[in-house]
Design a protein around this ligand. Sequence first.
Ligand code: GLU
Length: 475
Amino acid sequence: MAKRKTPAEDLNLNNIVSAQFDAAAQHVKVPKGLLAQIKACNNVYQVRFPVKIGKNYEIFTGWRAEHSHHRKPLKGGIRYSSMVDQDEIMALAALMTYKCAIVNVPFGGSKGGIALRPRNYNAEQLENITRRFTHELISKRFIGPGVNVPAPDYGTGEREMAWMADTYDAYNPGGMDNWACVTGKPLTSGGIRGRREATGQGVVFGLRELFRRKDILKSRKISPGLDGKTVSLQGFGNVGYHAANILHQEDGCKVIAVGEYDGTIYNPKGIDIPALQKHKEKTGSIQKFPGTKKLDKGACLEIACDILIPAALENQITQQNMKKIKCKVLAEAANGPTTPAAEKHLLDKNVLIIPDIYLNSGGVTVSYFEWTKNISHMRFGLMGKRIGQAQQEGMINATEKLAGKMLPDSDRAALARSVGERELVLSGLEDTMSEAFREIAEIARRKKIRDLRTAAYICAISKVARSYTELGVFP
Ligand code: GLU
Protein backbone atom coordinates (compact mmCIF):
# COMPACT_ATOMS: atom_id res chain seq x y z
CA MET A 1 0.00 0.00 0.00
CA ALA A 2 1.32 3.44 -0.91
CA LYS A 3 2.48 5.45 2.09
CA ARG A 4 0.13 8.31 2.83
CA LYS A 5 1.79 11.73 2.58
CA THR A 6 1.31 14.24 5.39
CA PRO A 7 -0.82 17.07 3.95
CA ALA A 8 1.19 20.17 3.07
CA GLU A 9 1.16 22.77 5.79
CA ASP A 10 -0.75 26.03 5.27
CA LEU A 11 1.94 28.71 5.35
CA ASN A 12 -0.39 31.64 4.74
CA LEU A 13 0.47 34.00 7.62
CA ASN A 14 -3.00 35.52 7.56
CA ASN A 15 -4.58 32.10 8.18
CA ILE A 16 -2.00 31.37 10.88
CA VAL A 17 -2.65 34.63 12.75
CA SER A 18 -6.36 34.08 12.37
CA ALA A 19 -6.11 30.58 13.89
CA GLN A 20 -3.99 31.91 16.78
CA PHE A 21 -6.62 34.60 17.38
CA ASP A 22 -9.45 32.03 17.40
CA ALA A 23 -7.61 29.78 19.86
CA ALA A 24 -7.34 32.66 22.33
CA ALA A 25 -10.79 34.12 21.63
CA GLN A 26 -12.41 31.05 23.26
CA HIS A 27 -11.00 32.22 26.57
CA VAL A 28 -12.35 35.77 26.54
CA LYS A 29 -15.88 36.90 27.31
CA VAL A 30 -16.42 39.22 24.37
CA PRO A 31 -19.53 39.21 22.11
CA LYS A 32 -18.95 37.30 18.86
CA GLY A 33 -19.59 40.34 16.63
CA LEU A 34 -17.02 42.36 18.50
CA LEU A 35 -14.48 39.55 18.20
CA ALA A 36 -15.08 39.56 14.44
CA GLN A 37 -14.46 43.31 14.32
CA ILE A 38 -11.24 43.01 16.32
CA LYS A 39 -10.01 40.26 14.00
CA ALA A 40 -10.95 41.93 10.69
CA CYS A 41 -8.49 44.04 8.72
CA ASN A 42 -10.29 47.37 8.19
CA ASN A 43 -8.60 48.76 5.04
CA VAL A 44 -6.02 47.62 2.54
CA TYR A 45 -4.58 49.93 -0.07
CA GLN A 46 -2.77 48.32 -2.98
CA VAL A 47 -0.86 50.54 -5.34
CA ARG A 48 1.07 49.96 -8.54
CA PHE A 49 3.43 52.69 -9.62
CA PRO A 50 6.18 53.13 -12.20
CA VAL A 51 9.75 54.19 -11.43
CA LYS A 52 12.49 54.77 -13.97
CA ILE A 53 15.26 52.23 -13.39
CA GLY A 54 18.22 52.87 -15.71
CA LYS A 55 16.77 53.34 -19.19
CA ASN A 56 13.66 51.33 -18.38
CA TYR A 57 10.48 51.73 -16.37
CA GLU A 58 9.64 49.21 -13.72
CA ILE A 59 6.23 48.80 -12.18
CA PHE A 60 6.25 48.20 -8.44
CA THR A 61 3.44 46.89 -6.26
CA GLY A 62 3.06 48.15 -2.71
CA TRP A 63 0.51 47.82 0.09
CA ARG A 64 -0.48 49.51 3.33
CA ALA A 65 -2.95 47.60 5.46
CA GLU A 66 -4.85 49.22 8.32
CA HIS A 67 -5.97 46.51 10.67
CA SER A 68 -7.57 48.40 13.54
CA HIS A 69 -8.63 51.99 14.25
CA HIS A 70 -9.54 51.57 17.93
CA ARG A 71 -6.56 53.87 18.67
CA LYS A 72 -4.99 56.46 16.40
CA PRO A 73 -2.63 56.93 14.71
CA LEU A 74 -2.08 53.48 13.27
CA LYS A 75 1.42 52.12 13.47
CA GLY A 76 3.64 49.56 11.80
CA GLY A 77 6.69 49.03 9.64
CA ILE A 78 7.31 49.13 5.90
CA ARG A 79 8.88 45.97 4.50
CA TYR A 80 10.93 45.64 1.31
CA SER A 81 11.18 42.02 0.20
CA SER A 82 10.44 39.98 -2.89
CA MET A 83 8.16 37.79 -0.73
CA VAL A 84 5.83 40.66 0.23
CA ASP A 85 2.19 40.14 -0.77
CA GLN A 86 -1.16 41.43 0.40
CA ASP A 87 -1.94 38.53 2.73
CA GLU A 88 1.40 38.86 4.48
CA ILE A 89 0.96 42.61 4.97
CA MET A 90 -2.58 42.13 6.34
CA ALA A 91 -1.35 39.49 8.79
CA LEU A 92 1.55 41.66 9.93
CA ALA A 93 -0.84 44.59 10.43
CA ALA A 94 -2.97 42.41 12.72
CA LEU A 95 0.13 41.43 14.70
CA MET A 96 0.87 45.16 15.13
CA THR A 97 -2.58 45.73 16.69
CA TYR A 98 -2.00 42.93 19.21
CA LYS A 99 1.58 43.98 19.88
CA CYS A 100 0.63 47.59 20.64
CA ALA A 101 -2.20 46.47 22.93
CA ILE A 102 0.07 44.12 24.90
CA VAL A 103 2.64 46.83 25.66
CA ASN A 104 0.02 49.58 26.15
CA VAL A 105 1.21 51.60 23.16
CA PRO A 106 -1.88 53.65 22.24
CA PHE A 107 -1.87 52.93 18.50
CA GLY A 108 -3.87 50.80 16.08
CA GLY A 109 -2.07 48.23 13.94
CA SER A 110 -0.90 48.75 10.38
CA LYS A 111 1.78 47.44 8.04
CA GLY A 112 3.10 48.23 4.58
CA GLY A 113 5.51 46.91 2.05
CA ILE A 114 6.75 46.85 -1.50
CA ALA A 115 7.45 43.62 -3.36
CA LEU A 116 11.08 44.18 -4.30
CA ARG A 117 14.52 42.84 -3.51
CA PRO A 118 16.51 45.83 -2.16
CA ARG A 119 19.83 44.25 -3.24
CA ASN A 120 18.75 44.62 -6.88
CA TYR A 121 18.65 48.43 -6.69
CA ASN A 122 21.13 51.16 -5.92
CA ALA A 123 20.55 53.88 -3.31
CA GLU A 124 19.27 56.41 -5.84
CA GLN A 125 16.76 53.96 -7.26
CA LEU A 126 15.60 52.95 -3.79
CA GLU A 127 15.15 56.62 -2.92
CA ASN A 128 12.98 57.19 -6.00
CA ILE A 129 10.90 54.10 -5.22
CA THR A 130 10.46 55.13 -1.57
CA ARG A 131 9.53 58.71 -2.38
CA ARG A 132 7.04 57.61 -5.03
CA PHE A 133 5.45 55.09 -2.63
CA THR A 134 5.20 57.81 0.04
CA HIS A 135 3.49 60.08 -2.49
CA GLU A 136 0.91 57.32 -3.10
CA LEU A 137 0.35 56.92 0.65
CA ILE A 138 -0.08 60.69 1.09
CA SER A 139 -2.62 60.92 -1.73
CA LYS A 140 -4.86 58.33 -0.03
CA ARG A 141 -4.24 59.54 3.54
CA PHE A 142 -2.44 56.34 4.48
CA ILE A 143 0.36 58.30 6.16
CA GLY A 144 0.36 61.24 8.57
CA PRO A 145 1.32 62.00 12.20
CA GLY A 146 -2.26 61.57 13.45
CA VAL A 147 -3.36 59.01 10.86
CA ASN A 148 -0.81 56.33 10.08
CA VAL A 149 2.86 56.28 11.05
CA PRO A 150 5.26 53.84 9.29
CA ALA A 151 8.60 52.62 10.67
CA PRO A 152 11.46 50.40 9.50
CA ASP A 153 10.96 46.68 9.01
CA TYR A 154 12.71 43.90 7.09
CA GLY A 155 14.64 45.50 4.20
CA THR A 156 14.19 49.13 5.32
CA GLY A 157 15.93 51.34 7.88
CA GLU A 158 16.66 54.88 9.00
CA ARG A 159 17.59 55.97 5.49
CA GLU A 160 14.20 55.02 4.02
CA MET A 161 12.40 56.67 6.96
CA ALA A 162 14.27 59.94 6.37
CA TRP A 163 13.22 59.87 2.69
CA MET A 164 9.62 59.24 3.68
CA ALA A 165 9.62 62.05 6.26
CA ASP A 166 11.18 64.48 3.79
CA THR A 167 8.64 63.59 1.10
CA TYR A 168 5.77 64.01 3.55
CA ASP A 169 7.18 67.37 4.66
CA ALA A 170 7.51 68.58 1.07
CA TYR A 171 3.79 67.86 0.47
CA ASN A 172 2.68 69.49 3.73
CA PRO A 173 4.58 72.77 3.94
CA GLY A 174 4.59 74.34 7.39
CA GLY A 175 3.10 71.29 9.12
CA MET A 176 4.38 71.56 12.69
CA ASP A 177 4.21 67.81 13.35
CA ASN A 178 5.37 66.57 9.96
CA TRP A 179 8.36 64.73 11.40
CA ALA A 180 6.05 62.53 13.45
CA CYS A 181 4.76 60.94 10.20
CA VAL A 182 7.33 58.12 10.50
CA THR A 183 9.51 56.73 13.29
CA GLY A 184 12.87 55.02 13.22
CA LYS A 185 14.42 58.12 11.64
CA PRO A 186 18.11 59.02 11.93
CA LEU A 187 18.88 60.79 15.19
CA THR A 188 19.77 63.98 13.31
CA SER A 189 16.40 63.99 11.51
CA GLY A 190 14.01 63.71 14.43
CA GLY A 191 14.95 60.22 15.60
CA ILE A 192 15.40 59.16 19.20
CA ARG A 193 18.34 57.63 21.03
CA GLY A 194 17.86 53.89 21.49
CA ARG A 195 15.42 53.32 18.61
CA ARG A 196 17.93 51.50 16.41
CA GLU A 197 18.58 48.79 18.98
CA ALA A 198 15.09 48.92 20.52
CA THR A 199 13.66 45.67 19.12
CA GLY A 200 16.80 43.68 20.01
CA GLN A 201 16.99 45.37 23.40
CA GLY A 202 13.32 44.55 24.00
CA VAL A 203 14.02 40.89 23.17
CA VAL A 204 16.74 40.91 25.84
CA PHE A 205 14.51 42.60 28.43
CA GLY A 206 11.88 39.92 27.73
CA LEU A 207 14.44 37.13 28.11
CA ARG A 208 15.78 38.62 31.35
CA GLU A 209 12.25 38.71 32.72
CA LEU A 210 11.66 35.06 31.81
CA PHE A 211 15.00 33.89 33.22
CA ARG A 212 14.09 35.47 36.58
CA ARG A 213 10.87 33.45 36.76
CA LYS A 214 11.71 30.24 38.59
CA ASP A 215 8.00 29.32 38.67
CA ILE A 216 7.86 29.19 34.85
CA LEU A 217 11.34 27.75 34.27
CA LYS A 218 11.19 24.91 36.80
CA SER A 219 8.64 22.72 35.04
CA ARG A 220 10.72 23.00 31.84
CA LYS A 221 13.90 22.04 33.66
CA ILE A 222 15.59 25.33 32.75
CA SER A 223 17.93 26.94 35.27
CA PRO A 224 17.33 30.62 36.09
CA GLY A 225 19.70 33.40 34.95
CA LEU A 226 21.08 34.14 31.50
CA ASP A 227 24.75 33.85 32.41
CA GLY A 228 26.42 31.01 30.47
CA LYS A 229 23.36 30.16 28.38
CA THR A 230 24.00 29.15 24.78
CA VAL A 231 22.24 31.06 22.00
CA SER A 232 21.68 30.30 18.33
CA LEU A 233 20.53 33.14 16.12
CA GLN A 234 18.86 33.28 12.71
CA GLY A 235 19.24 36.68 11.04
CA PHE A 236 22.09 39.11 11.72
CA GLY A 237 20.12 42.21 10.72
CA ASN A 238 19.19 45.10 12.98
CA VAL A 239 17.09 43.02 15.40
CA GLY A 240 19.28 39.90 15.53
CA TYR A 241 22.57 41.75 15.80
CA HIS A 242 21.49 43.97 18.71
CA ALA A 243 19.80 41.13 20.63
CA ALA A 244 22.90 38.92 20.26
CA ASN A 245 25.26 41.77 21.01
CA ILE A 246 23.55 42.71 24.28
CA LEU A 247 23.25 39.05 25.36
CA HIS A 248 26.94 38.56 24.57
CA GLN A 249 28.24 41.77 26.15
CA GLU A 250 25.94 42.29 29.14
CA ASP A 251 24.36 38.96 30.05
CA GLY A 252 27.22 36.47 29.73
CA CYS A 253 25.48 34.42 27.04
CA LYS A 254 27.48 32.40 24.53
CA VAL A 255 26.27 32.92 20.96
CA ILE A 256 27.34 29.66 19.31
CA ALA A 257 25.72 29.97 15.88
CA VAL A 258 24.55 32.73 13.57
CA GLY A 259 22.69 32.01 10.34
CA GLU A 260 21.93 34.22 7.36
CA TYR A 261 20.58 33.62 3.83
CA ASP A 262 24.05 32.47 2.69
CA GLY A 263 24.79 29.97 5.47
CA THR A 264 25.32 29.43 9.19
CA ILE A 265 28.58 30.04 11.04
CA TYR A 266 29.20 27.93 14.13
CA ASN A 267 31.65 27.95 17.03
CA PRO A 268 30.72 25.95 20.15
CA LYS A 269 33.06 28.14 22.22
CA GLY A 270 31.06 31.27 21.32
CA ILE A 271 31.26 33.92 18.62
CA ASP A 272 32.58 37.43 19.28
CA ILE A 273 29.52 39.41 18.16
CA PRO A 274 31.03 42.95 17.86
CA ALA A 275 33.91 41.46 15.81
CA LEU A 276 31.41 39.59 13.62
CA GLN A 277 29.52 42.82 12.97
CA LYS A 278 32.78 44.52 11.88
CA HIS A 279 33.51 41.54 9.61
CA LYS A 280 30.03 41.83 8.04
CA GLU A 281 30.47 45.57 7.49
CA LYS A 282 33.83 44.94 5.79
CA THR A 283 32.97 41.91 3.65
CA GLY A 284 29.21 42.25 3.22
CA SER A 285 28.57 38.82 4.77
CA ILE A 286 28.99 36.87 8.02
CA GLN A 287 30.62 33.99 6.13
CA LYS A 288 34.31 33.19 6.55
CA PHE A 289 34.43 34.73 10.03
CA PRO A 290 37.68 33.46 11.58
CA GLY A 291 37.31 30.56 14.02
CA THR A 292 33.89 29.47 12.80
CA LYS A 293 32.76 26.44 10.88
CA LYS A 294 30.46 26.91 7.88
CA LEU A 295 27.15 25.02 7.94
CA ASP A 296 24.11 25.32 5.69
CA LYS A 297 21.67 28.17 6.17
CA GLY A 298 19.00 26.18 8.06
CA ALA A 299 21.52 24.71 10.51
CA CYS A 300 21.27 27.67 12.92
CA LEU A 301 17.74 26.53 13.75
CA GLU A 302 18.74 22.94 14.42
CA ILE A 303 21.75 23.37 16.69
CA ALA A 304 21.34 22.24 20.31
CA CYS A 305 21.19 25.39 22.46
CA ASP A 306 19.41 26.92 25.43
CA ILE A 307 17.88 29.82 23.51
CA LEU A 308 17.01 29.86 19.82
CA ILE A 309 16.31 33.33 18.40
CA PRO A 310 14.74 33.45 14.95
CA ALA A 311 15.18 37.11 13.95
CA ALA A 312 14.49 37.03 10.23
CA LEU A 313 11.21 36.23 8.50
CA GLU A 314 8.04 34.21 9.07
CA ASN A 315 7.58 30.43 8.56
CA GLN A 316 11.08 29.38 9.52
CA ILE A 317 10.20 26.65 12.03
CA THR A 318 7.74 24.41 10.24
CA GLN A 319 6.58 20.81 9.88
CA GLN A 320 9.71 20.27 7.75
CA ASN A 321 12.29 20.97 10.47
CA MET A 322 10.34 20.90 13.77
CA LYS A 323 11.68 17.50 14.79
CA LYS A 324 15.23 18.78 14.47
CA ILE A 325 14.78 21.78 16.77
CA LYS A 326 16.80 21.28 19.94
CA CYS A 327 16.36 24.43 22.04
CA LYS A 328 14.84 24.90 25.48
CA VAL A 329 13.52 28.40 24.84
CA LEU A 330 12.31 29.68 21.49
CA ALA A 331 12.51 33.48 21.54
CA GLU A 332 10.53 34.84 18.60
CA ALA A 333 12.27 38.07 17.62
CA ALA A 334 10.85 37.86 14.08
CA ASN A 335 7.17 38.11 13.27
CA GLY A 336 5.50 34.72 12.76
CA PRO A 337 8.61 32.49 12.66
CA THR A 338 6.82 29.37 13.96
CA THR A 339 3.95 27.60 12.18
CA PRO A 340 1.07 26.18 14.27
CA ALA A 341 2.09 22.55 13.57
CA ALA A 342 5.65 23.24 14.68
CA GLU A 343 4.42 25.13 17.71
CA LYS A 344 2.25 22.21 18.82
CA HIS A 345 5.13 19.79 18.40
CA LEU A 346 7.53 22.02 20.38
CA LEU A 347 5.03 22.67 23.17
CA ASP A 348 4.51 18.91 23.49
CA LYS A 349 8.27 18.62 23.87
CA ASN A 350 8.12 21.19 26.68
CA VAL A 351 9.91 23.94 24.74
CA LEU A 352 9.09 27.37 26.11
CA ILE A 353 8.00 29.74 23.33
CA ILE A 354 8.11 33.50 23.98
CA PRO A 355 5.71 34.78 21.33
CA ASP A 356 6.48 37.46 18.72
CA ILE A 357 3.54 39.69 19.64
CA TYR A 358 5.15 40.23 23.00
CA LEU A 359 8.85 39.69 22.47
CA ASN A 360 9.49 41.93 19.47
CA SER A 361 7.31 44.81 20.65
CA GLY A 362 10.34 46.83 21.83
CA GLY A 363 10.59 48.45 18.40
CA VAL A 364 7.10 49.89 18.39
CA THR A 365 7.42 50.84 22.07
CA VAL A 366 10.40 53.09 21.35
CA SER A 367 8.67 54.27 18.16
CA TYR A 368 5.93 55.53 20.46
CA PHE A 369 8.56 57.44 22.47
CA GLU A 370 9.96 58.90 19.24
CA TRP A 371 6.52 59.98 18.03
CA THR A 372 5.83 61.60 21.41
CA LYS A 373 9.17 63.40 21.23
CA ASN A 374 8.36 64.64 17.70
CA ILE A 375 4.96 66.06 18.60
CA SER A 376 6.29 67.65 21.79
CA HIS A 377 9.27 69.07 19.86
CA MET A 378 11.62 68.49 22.76
CA ARG A 379 14.22 65.93 23.69
CA PHE A 380 13.35 63.74 26.68
CA GLY A 381 15.22 64.72 29.83
CA LEU A 382 16.28 68.16 28.58
CA MET A 383 14.41 70.22 31.19
CA GLY A 384 15.24 68.19 34.28
CA LYS A 385 18.81 67.05 33.62
CA ARG A 386 20.68 69.82 35.46
CA ILE A 387 18.24 69.89 38.38
CA GLY A 388 18.57 66.12 38.72
CA GLN A 389 22.36 66.32 38.73
CA ALA A 390 22.36 69.11 41.34
CA GLN A 391 20.01 67.12 43.60
CA GLN A 392 22.16 63.98 43.29
CA GLU A 393 25.33 65.94 44.10
CA GLY A 394 23.56 67.49 47.11
CA MET A 395 22.50 64.06 48.39
CA ILE A 396 26.00 62.64 47.99
CA ASN A 397 27.61 65.61 49.77
CA ALA A 398 25.10 65.46 52.64
CA THR A 399 25.60 61.69 53.03
CA GLU A 400 29.41 62.09 53.10
CA LYS A 401 29.15 64.90 55.63
CA LEU A 402 26.94 62.81 57.90
CA ALA A 403 29.10 59.72 57.57
CA GLY A 404 32.31 61.71 57.94
CA LYS A 405 33.94 59.91 55.03
CA MET A 406 34.03 60.03 51.24
CA LEU A 407 32.12 57.56 49.08
CA PRO A 408 34.29 55.34 46.85
CA ASP A 409 34.63 56.79 43.33
CA SER A 410 32.64 53.93 41.76
CA ASP A 411 29.65 54.53 44.09
CA ARG A 412 29.88 58.28 43.58
CA ALA A 413 29.88 57.81 39.78
CA ALA A 414 26.89 55.44 39.96
CA LEU A 415 24.90 57.82 42.16
CA ALA A 416 25.80 60.95 40.19
CA ARG A 417 24.97 59.29 36.83
CA SER A 418 23.19 61.81 34.63
CA VAL A 419 19.90 60.79 33.10
CA GLY A 420 19.57 61.75 29.46
CA GLU A 421 17.32 60.69 26.62
CA ARG A 422 18.99 57.31 26.16
CA GLU A 423 18.67 56.32 29.82
CA LEU A 424 15.03 57.43 29.86
CA VAL A 425 14.23 55.45 26.70
CA LEU A 426 15.90 52.33 28.10
CA SER A 427 14.15 52.71 31.42
CA GLY A 428 10.75 53.15 29.72
CA LEU A 429 11.39 50.15 27.49
CA GLU A 430 12.52 47.92 30.35
CA ASP A 431 9.50 48.79 32.44
CA THR A 432 7.16 48.23 29.48
CA MET A 433 8.63 44.80 28.65
CA SER A 434 8.69 43.65 32.28
CA GLU A 435 5.17 44.80 33.00
CA ALA A 436 3.80 43.12 29.84
CA PHE A 437 5.57 39.86 30.67
CA ARG A 438 4.05 39.85 34.14
CA GLU A 439 0.58 40.48 32.68
CA ILE A 440 0.91 37.62 30.19
CA ALA A 441 2.33 35.23 32.79
CA GLU A 442 -0.50 36.13 35.17
CA ILE A 443 -3.13 35.40 32.49
CA ALA A 444 -1.46 32.05 31.78
CA ARG A 445 -1.48 31.22 35.50
CA ARG A 446 -5.07 32.29 36.08
CA LYS A 447 -6.46 30.54 33.03
CA LYS A 448 -4.18 27.52 33.46
CA ILE A 449 -2.79 27.91 29.92
CA ARG A 450 0.67 26.58 29.32
CA ASP A 451 1.46 28.39 26.09
CA LEU A 452 2.37 32.04 26.38
CA ARG A 453 1.15 32.88 22.85
CA THR A 454 -2.47 32.16 23.71
CA ALA A 455 -2.04 34.11 26.95
CA ALA A 456 -0.54 37.05 25.01
CA TYR A 457 -3.44 37.01 22.54
CA ILE A 458 -5.95 36.94 25.41
CA CYS A 459 -4.20 39.99 26.86
CA ALA A 460 -4.38 41.81 23.49
CA ILE A 461 -7.96 40.85 22.62
CA SER A 462 -9.24 41.90 26.05
CA LYS A 463 -7.61 45.32 25.80
CA VAL A 464 -8.78 46.03 22.23
CA ALA A 465 -12.28 44.83 23.17
CA ARG A 466 -12.30 47.21 26.13
CA SER A 467 -11.41 50.14 23.83
CA TYR A 468 -14.16 49.30 21.36
CA THR A 469 -16.70 48.84 24.13
CA GLU A 470 -15.82 52.16 25.74
CA LEU A 471 -15.88 54.01 22.43
CA GLY A 472 -19.05 52.37 21.10
CA VAL A 473 -19.61 51.85 17.39
CA PHE A 474 -20.33 54.80 15.12
CA PRO A 475 -23.74 54.21 13.47
N1 GLU B 1 8.57 46.93 12.18
C1 GLU B 1 8.59 46.88 13.59
C2 GLU B 1 7.61 45.81 14.08
O1 GLU B 1 7.26 44.90 13.36
C3 GLU B 1 8.39 48.24 14.24
C4 GLU B 1 7.07 48.88 14.00
C5 GLU B 1 6.98 50.33 14.47
O2 GLU B 1 7.87 50.79 15.15
O3 GLU B 1 5.97 50.96 14.13
O4 GLU B 1 7.24 45.78 15.21
